[in-house]
Design a protein. Structure first.
Length: 305
């Protein structure tokens, strides 16, 4: 399956609800009255695209209707192009250091998919011929260390782990040493989940990052905030708070396979101006997709290029 088909099948819950609504509204009313445009807006909001994006789409649909009339008006196409336009201004490639390992820190609240995403990313890099190392810096929970070690065994990727309740900064420090020794291209740091509202925990994260930078200048080179795609508006608050503490370089939106609100990807990127770099579409190692704006926009509105 190519990227487009995979993402399309992963976000079916969102697209089928959305398309069904759009079709219903568009086929029922021969003229696009104010009423049907309002319904259209509600459908877009229902998919969590956010008010500014929904309004932009409605304005484009209205403008097209006024200039060309009802015949041949393709609401799906207009919406997809507006979404693509609003998404494609930022680079979504994973940062790559040319000298030494690229250190990627995965941050976020509990349960969003940090550990799984770290493993998936390491697997992706390894599949591309790179050398990946994983670091278990979530030392708050013994189970978290075990979880990453299991992934390491399953995917054949070395995992640097400290003891339960060890200082996460010390584990990160050791992991950089190990990554350098192994000539790794990427080191993925799995950090403990923390609520963005807990000041102490957020300061601890800042410290972990400072220690990395002292060990390897510029590290972490990439800080990815992992967000649960079904958490809606709250995801935006999380991103704002995390961005204050550690400059986020990208977002990973997970669990898009389980929600009908996949449009949140658009709302989040639009609101924050931080690129969505990957989307999580399942629990298996391959269920992580690099984010491609055009494909996502087309999949969202069930358009085939
Ligand atoms: N369906 C689905 N489940 C996911 C995805 N990413 C993570 N999960 C699941 O979400 C749960 C929490 O993931 P975990 O990586 O432990 O989250 P963490 O607390 O942020 O480290 C696990 O059961 C994962 O299998 C995804 O993209 N789709
Ligand atoms: Mg975890």
């Amino acid at each position: 399956m190519g990227f487009f088909d995979k993402i399309k099948s992963a976000i079916t819950k969102t697209t089928s609800a959305l398309s069904h609504e759009i079709k219903r509204i568009v086929t029922r009313s021969p003229r696009l009255t104010g009423n049907s445009l309002e319904e259209l807006e509600a459908a877009l909001l229902g998919a969590d695209l956010g008010l500014p994006m929904a309004q932009q789409i409605i304005a484009a649909v209205r403008a097209a209707y006024e200039s060309q009339g009802r015949s041949g008006l393709d609401v799906f196409e207009i919406a997809a192009r507006e979404v693509e336009k609003s998404l494609s201004s930022v680079s979504t490639a994973l940062i790559r250091q040319t000298d030494g390992p690229t250190v990627v820190s995965l941050v976020g609240i509990n349960g969003t998919g940090k550990t799984t995403t770290a493993a998936k990313l390491a697997h992706l890099i390894q599949g591309q011929g790179g050398i990946a190392v994983l670091a278990a810096c979530d030392t708050f929970r013994a189970a978290a260390i075990e979880q990453l070690k299991l992934w390491g065994t399953r995917l054949n990727i070395p995992v640097v782990a400290g003891a339960y309740q060890a200082d996460p900064a010390a584990v990160a420090h050791d992991a950089i040493t190990a990554a350098l020794a192994r000539n790794a291209t990427y080191l993925f740091i799995d950090t403990a989940g923390r609520l963005h509202t807990k000041h102490n925990l957020m300061q601890e994260l800042a410290k972990v990052h400072r220690v990395m930078d002292r060990k390897l200048a510029g590290a972490p080179h990439e800080v990815l905030l992992v967000l649960d795609g079904s958490s809606g508006q709250n995801a935006i608050n999380q991103a704002r708070e995390f961005n204050k503490i550690c400059k986020l370089t990208g977002l990973v939106i997970t669990k898009l396979d389980g929600t009908s609100k996949g449009g949140v990807v658009v709302a989040i990127q639009r609101e924050l101006g931080i690129p969505v770099k990957f989307i999580g579409v399942g629990e298996q190692p391959d269920d992580l997709q690099p984010f491609i704006a055009r494909d996502f926009a087309n999949a969202l509105f069930e358009i085939r290029d």
